[in-house]
Design a protein around this ligand. Structure first.
Ligand code: NAP
Length: 325
């Protein structure tokens, strides 16, 4: 009994110490800072731009759709951004990625937050077995992130700035039907966590926040998995706020939605793989006899495999004519 009381007291002191030492988020952490947000013409990137704008940052936006960028820039100004501008660029071209950083330097004369968020060149569906789809995904969703980082490093070092990398649960847990996307997200996690560790060993003050996201209600995500994923998406506005806050507080990781991601990470070693040699096809969400659950983080429902059409699994012999879009 005495031991229990001592343990409780020690735990209470540790908790109090932990919460006392937690830095709290304040507007001054963002006010007047110079921020580049990629993929900010829609979705989470657009919402992060609004969040930075509300807090009085100088925002530089980039994506391919100029009209959308103009609208987002206008809204950023209305929300109170210290300044807002954009540069049109396609991240499938690494020269464009370099140019975005140069334009940012010309406009903002430095950089405090590099927010890497854009996503493109992938679709939710069977891996069609071509190297091109993987190269496209790796170029847009990985190499361009690396190029932007390399080009911005000097500015970030000078300002003692931060990098925010928007990743996904697909960068930590196997993700059927998103193979090229998952490859790029796993690569991001490997690159940025290793870079963070190396910078730490070199005593460089450049924090890297990796945001690990679940299913968020952006138009593109909802339309691409509509009817195929059972769980409800989380709100993009709240997601953007959590990422900006985590970046400002220089946290190593942001999990959103927190408990879904934590649970998925906890269960990842128990995920059922799709049996080798067995093509799969999509099933309606209402369970039918013979169905089994997919991985816990995405809750796809897959039909029991069709009769095998070949002895070894090849993405090219998946039999679904109605694969996901
Ligand atoms: N939504 C989710 O459920 C979810 C889940 C996990 C992780 N994430 C991650 O969150 C981030 C944002 O996702 P989101 O759902 O907000 O995506 P989104 O709404 O589709 O927005 C993607 C952004 O990237 C830009 N983009 C696409 N291709 C591009 C290219 N080739 N060059 C330059 N910009 C390009 C798009 O603008 P343009 O078309 O104008 O170029 C758009 O601004 C991504 O990193 C994604 O992996 C999202």
């Amino acid at each position: 009994m005495a031991a229990f009381k001592i343990l409780t007291a020690v735990l209470a002191v540790l908790c109090a110490w932990y919460f006392y030492n937690q830095e709290t988020f304040s507007e001054e952490m963002i006010q007047g800072k110079r921020v580049l947000v990629t993929g900010s013409s829609s979705g989470i990137g657009e919402q992060m731009a609004y969040e930075f704008a509300r807090l009085g940052a100088h925002v530089m936006l980039t994506a391919r759709r100029e009209e959308r960028l103009q609208q987002v820039v206008q809204k950023c100004r209305d929300l109170g951004a210290a300044s807002a501008s954009y540069v049109v660029a396609d991240m499938s071209n690494l020269t464009s990625a370099r140019r975005v950083v140069e334009e940012t330097k010309n406009h903002l004369e430095g950089l405090d937050f590099l927010v890497l968020n854009h996503v493109g060149g992938t679709r939710f569906g069977h891996f069609e077995g071509t190297i091109e789809s993987v190269i496209t995904s790796m170029t847009i969703n990985f190499f361009s992130y690396v190029q932007l980082t390399i080009s911005a490093l000097k500015m970030l070092n000078e300002s003692q700035g931060s990098i925010i990398v928007v990743s996904s649960i697909s960068g930590r847990v196997q993700s059927p039907f998103a193979v090229p996307y998952a490859a790029a997200k796993f690569a991001l996690e490997g690159f940025y966590t290793s870079l963070r560790s190396e910078l730490h060993l070199r005593k460089a003050d450049l924090p890297i926040t990796v945001a690990v996201l679940g299913y968020i209600d952006t138009d593109s995500a909802v339309s691409s998995v509509h009817g195929k994923v059972k769980m409800a998406p989380s709100p993009k506005e709240d997601c953007a706020r959590e990422i900006v806050k985590g970046g400002a507080l220089r946290q190593r990781e942001v999990f959103y939605p927190y408990w879904n991601i934590k649970l998925a990470l906890l269960l990842r070693d128990w995920q059922e793989p799709v049996p080798a040699g067995m093509p799969v096809r999509w099933a309606p969400l209402r369970a039918a006899p013979g169905m089994r659950r997919g991985p816990p983080h995405c809750r796809f429902r897959m039909l029991s495999p069709d009769p095998p059409t070949s002895t070894s699994f090849s993405p090219l012999n998946c039999t679904s004519p109605k694969g996901p879009a």
